[in-house]
Design a protein around this ligand. Structure first.
Ligand code: HEM
Length: 281
């Protein structure tokens, strides 16, 4: 099976034109298998989470009952991005699996919403939030090593509690950044191939080979997002993670969850006036 569809240009050049649409099923099944294997692992094999020593009582006493996690602006961004992402997936792939409708206009409009929301997010995260809170640091790598050693029964001290985001969330964010930027950058150019209210149509902007590669990259990142979004929604509805999902709706999480999973030295929260307000919201 080829992962690309090829054609001959009017000049006889053999060029890629799209991904093979069977990749839609490959990614959907891959995502589904991940969910099943993970759910079985958690149900039958995973040990209870263990962390190095609890926060000192004096520090715990200063933490407010509800720990502020996401500002209203950050939550609105998240849900606008989620709605546009789901619209993009539905409009892109339903026609490819046989549900015919005039999808292109809905698709590029959702693409513009996603693009604008991501530009907003980059500015917001760079200048108003703690930019580094979502990128892995040395402690994350050391703790991942400790967790791995303990998993394989080797001697290692328990990992520290997390900063605002666990390593897995940071890695997921990194992958979404790459795939998201790939669909956005290619999608903006692809808008020159269709009639939109934004750019004058110009299919001659690139040659056939370059257009082909742009469509292929858009398609590959797009099908990758099927699996990535499935995994994201699966974790969002898992019972033990639901408290995090609720914080993306209401903005805060209970003190008990914060103290049992997060390190007050690595994620300083708003309301703990003795330790400075958190910029990471
Ligand atoms: C979740 C994100 C996205 C997914 C899954 C996705 C998926 C797809 C797929 C599978 C196609 C068909 C490509 C082909 O025929 O080879 C397509 C076309 C297109 N996409 Fe996206 N896309 C996404 C984001 C975007 C964004 C952000 C934009 C604009 C900024 C965009 C603009 C377009 C345009 C204009 C076309 C039509 C091209 C044409 O028919 O010639 N897409 N998209």
């Amino acid at each position: 099976m080829s992962i690309l569809q090829w054609a001959y240009s009017p000049w006889g050049q053999h060029v890629p034109i799209h991904i093979a649409w069977d990749l839609i099923y490959v990614c959907a099944v891959g995502g589904l298998l991940f969910l099943i294997v993970h759910a079985i692992y958690v149900r039958f094999f995973a040990h209870a989470e263990e962390f190095e020593g609890a926060p000192a009582p004096a520090i715990a006493a200063r933490v407010p009952d509800r720990v502020h996690r996401h500002s209203l602006a950050a939550r609105l961004f998240h849900w606008i991005m989620a709605a546009s992402m789901l619209t993009l997936l539905v409009t892109a792939f339903l026609p490819k699996v046989g549900v015919e409708f005039g999808w292109v206009t809905y698709h590029w409009i959702a693409g513009v919403v996603l693009t604008v929301s991501i530009i907003y997010h980059i500015i917001h995260a760079s200048f108003y939030l703690d930019f580094w809170s979502i990128w892995p640091d040395k402690a994350d790598i050391q703790d991942a090593q400790r967790r791995l050693n303990r998993f394989f029964g080797k001697p290692a001290s328990p990992p520290r509690r997390f900063a605002k985001y666990p390593l897995e969330n940071k890695m997921y964010h990194g992958v979404i950044v790459l795939t998201g930027l790939a669909v956005i950058c290619t999608g903006v150019f692809m808008m020159f191939r269709v009639r939109t209210a934004i750019f004058p149509r110009n299919p001659y902007l690139f040659g056939d080979m370059t257009w082909g590669l742009i469509y292929v990259l858009h398609g590959l990142a797009g099908v990758g997002l099927i699996a990535l979004i499935m995994v994201h929604i699966y974790f969002a509805v898992r019972p033990e993670k639901f408290v995090i999902t609720k914080s993306m709706i209401f903005g805060s999480m209970p003190k008990e969850y914060y103290l049992s999973h997060h390190d007050p030295d690595r994620w300083v929260v708003r309301g703990d006036s003795s330790r400075g307000a958190s910029a990471a919201d």
